[in-house]
Design a protein around this ligand. Structure first.
Ligand code: ASP
Length: 380
């Protein structure tokens, strides 16, 4: 079979959705861990956070209050300044952010009591402890807002000899989160002998990934103020498009190269358990987002395709290009991303699905199947 005109296109989209791949896990656990960055934890935006949280969101991880406008200073930076200077005015700016967070959203908590308790602890401990107070205050206030239980990260996330104590942290997370209720915890910090320790900046993403991994969540959602991973910096380029899917390795590479959308250490905990990471925009949760899984970026399909549109790859085959050759290359490509995984002694096959659209007809196949047979059947 040959394509008949130069303008015939075949649209090929790869799907790799854990709910499809692991139906058993999805039914059994069906829980989502959501992490909200600092911009969501601001007086005017907290309402967006509440709109996203459903009965599946049993674990919510939050950052310290973020910027409210372009030149605003994040609560974490103010706390670091306060640690250095002990300047009362700086403390007042911090206090003001948390007072307004509760006031604007009508949250009935005694913020002043929380603040004076936090301030007295800031005086006793070191820099990391002081920096962690932003996340602690956020989590206490957001827990009240969502009518959820507060989890103190210092008791759950544990460091030993400067490193995360993974085993202890995982078992603490399971014990703290597994009663079927919703819980809210501050990201970015944990406890260590003699106080608290923080991850590097942006480390709330790491906390979220650790919680997702420990609970074997169906999905780790990371909510930020941009439409997922974009092809250019959305702060400087208008109407920039989103990369709909990419692999864990690709995301890690991008983060290490300086893309600020996700902390590089947040990838591995999810990757080792095959938990997809969704990066979305809390302002517009239904709009474009990026799904990180074993499924590679569509960009790679450019090696078998010639053109990329917003949501899928279109390959424009030359009229002399035999159709079976195009399909065979797509099939080989997809099969190379099929993986055998061992999770908790069970074996899973992680296998992308392929959607093929050709002349108004759509065929959906799994990558292990021959794409040729169903396509031929549908087309001829
Ligand atoms: N609040 C911390 C920071 O500003 C951690 C985080 O937001 O994830 O870096």
């Amino acid at each position: 079979m040959r394509l008949t005109s130069q303008f015939d296109t075949v649209k090929i989209t790869l799907y790799c959705d854990r709910l499809y791949i692991h139906p058993f896990c999805a039914v059994k656990y069906g829980m989502i861990v959501a992490k909200f960055g600092g911009t969501a934890v601001t007086p005017r935006n907290l309402i967006y956070l509440k709109r996203i949280v459903t009965e599946h969101h049993l674990a919510v991880v939050v950052s310290a209050v973020g910027r409210e406008y372009k030149d605003d200073v994040k609560a974490t930076d103010l706390l670091l300044q306060y640690h250095e200077s002990r300047d009362q005015q700086v403390w007042e700016s911090i206090a003001d952010k948390y007072r307004r967070l509760a006031e604007v959203n009508g949250i009935a908590v005694d913020v002043d009591a929380m603040l004076s308790d936090a301030k007295s602890r800031a005086a006793l401990y070191g820099k990391d402890y002081c920096a962690s107070l932003g996340e602690e205050l956020s989590a206490r206030i957001v827990a009240a807002f969502l009518d959820a239980d507060y989890v103190e990260a210092e008791r759950v996330v544990r460091f030993a000899n400067g490193d995360l104590d993974v085993e202890r942290t995982f078992s603490n997370v399971r014990a703290a989160f597994c009663d079927g209720k919703r819980h809210v915890m501050g990201g970015f910090y944990g406890g260590c002998d003699g106080g608290r320790r923080t991850f590097s900046r942006g480390g709330g993403d790491v906390t979220g990934a650790i919680v997702a991994a420990a609970l074997d969540a169906s999905l780790y959602e990371n909510w930020t103020d941009v439409n997922g991973v974009c092809v250019a910096d959305p702060a400087s380029v208008h109407n920039v498009s989103t990369v709909p899917s990419m692999s864990y390795a690709e995301m890690r590479m991008l983060s290490l190269a300086g893309a600020e959308v996700l902390h590089p250490d947040a990838v591995t905990p999810c990757e080792t358990r095959g938990i997809p990471i969704k990066i979305g925009n809390f302002f517009r949760p239904q709009s474009a987002s990026t799904l990180i899984s074993f499924c590679p970026s569509v960009d790679k399909l450019l090696s078998v395709a010639e053109k990329i549109s917003d949501s899928c790859v279109e390959t424009t085959a030359l009229h002399s290009y035999p159709m079976w050759q195009v399909l065979q290359r797509v099939s080989d490509f997809a099969r190379s991303y099929t993986r055998e995984l061992n999770i908790s002694d069970r074996r899973y096959t992680v296998e992308p699905q392929i959607n093929i659209e050709f002349r108004d007809k759509v065929v959906r196949v799994r990558s292990s199947e021959s794409v040729l047979v169903p396509l031929y059947r549908a087309l001829i």
